[in-house]
Design a protein around this ligand. Sequence first.
Ligand SMILES: [Ca+2]
Ligand SMILES: [Ca+2]
Ligand SMILES: [Ca+2]
Length: 313
Amino acid sequence: MRDVLPENLTYVDGSATGGLTYDATENVLEAVVTLDPASLMISDATGDSPAGYLPLTTITPGLPPLPCSAECDSVLIDLNVPPFFYNGQMYTSITMSDDGYAVPGGTAASEPFPEVLPNPNEPNNMLAPFWTDIDMDGTSPTDTGGGNWYANVVTDGVSDFTVLEWQDVQRFEEDTTSFSFQIWIEVGTSNIWFTYGPLTGSLDPVVVGAESEGGEIGDTWYANIGGTEEGTPVAEGDELVVATEPGGSVTFTFEATASEDISLGTRITNVVEARAQTMNQTFIAFAATLIEYSINYLPLIFRDALVSAPPAP
Ligand SMILES: [Ca+2]
Ligand SMILES: [Ca+2]
Ligand SMILES: [Ca+2]
């Protein structure tokens, strides 16, 4: 962080806080600080999710599946949902992909081939309980594949949850497979879980993970790509929690005095440059202060006005 003081300001000695130091020769305030990175982690939450895997059609008998295309493969569906938070941001929409992931805030990117997360390749901001090439039951009478997707808002009487579900879905061209899993999002919070029902078939390939909006941070709970595995394979009954922590912050303050000859109506603009060493990016911020009044200090004259109490008799 670097702040070259405007010429008509004078730094007040000793007033800088937050790790700022003042260099009088250049009239500049500078600080280099290390902030806690933001984090996004998936952990075991077996027994701690709202209801584990609970088919939406069990909660609401007769609930229709979400609409789909003739093939119901390589499809995205945009859903408006009650507000929730993910990685420090509020969202009121989410896009589901047939391929076992969802994207808070939406995406136009459909990607059947899973990659270890995080990954800056599109799609980003992924919540991926079971990313693999899924082929569901489409509207065409000759369509291959199987299974359906559902979404609903359910309540346990205390909290409301947006639940996204892939039910008995097949992997593309593997008609003996059947996978059931859900994303649970507690409305108005950042509480997000992945829950798993029956998973029949090979886990190759599949990625279970989550990542941030730019794909910079994230976590992979399990990946199996061409038989190369990392993490713990998911199984029926598993419950995972996706936890995000926003990054650290720092506040700098200092005082400065405007020079005496500054005229009313002058706007003092202070420009601050902040650079993130890891991102190779520079951010500029500025504050403009309008001088609207001036005060003339009158000399104060102290007189010897203390009156001594008369001595005790
Ligand atoms: Ca299909
Ligand atoms: Ca990505
Ligand atoms: Ca697919």
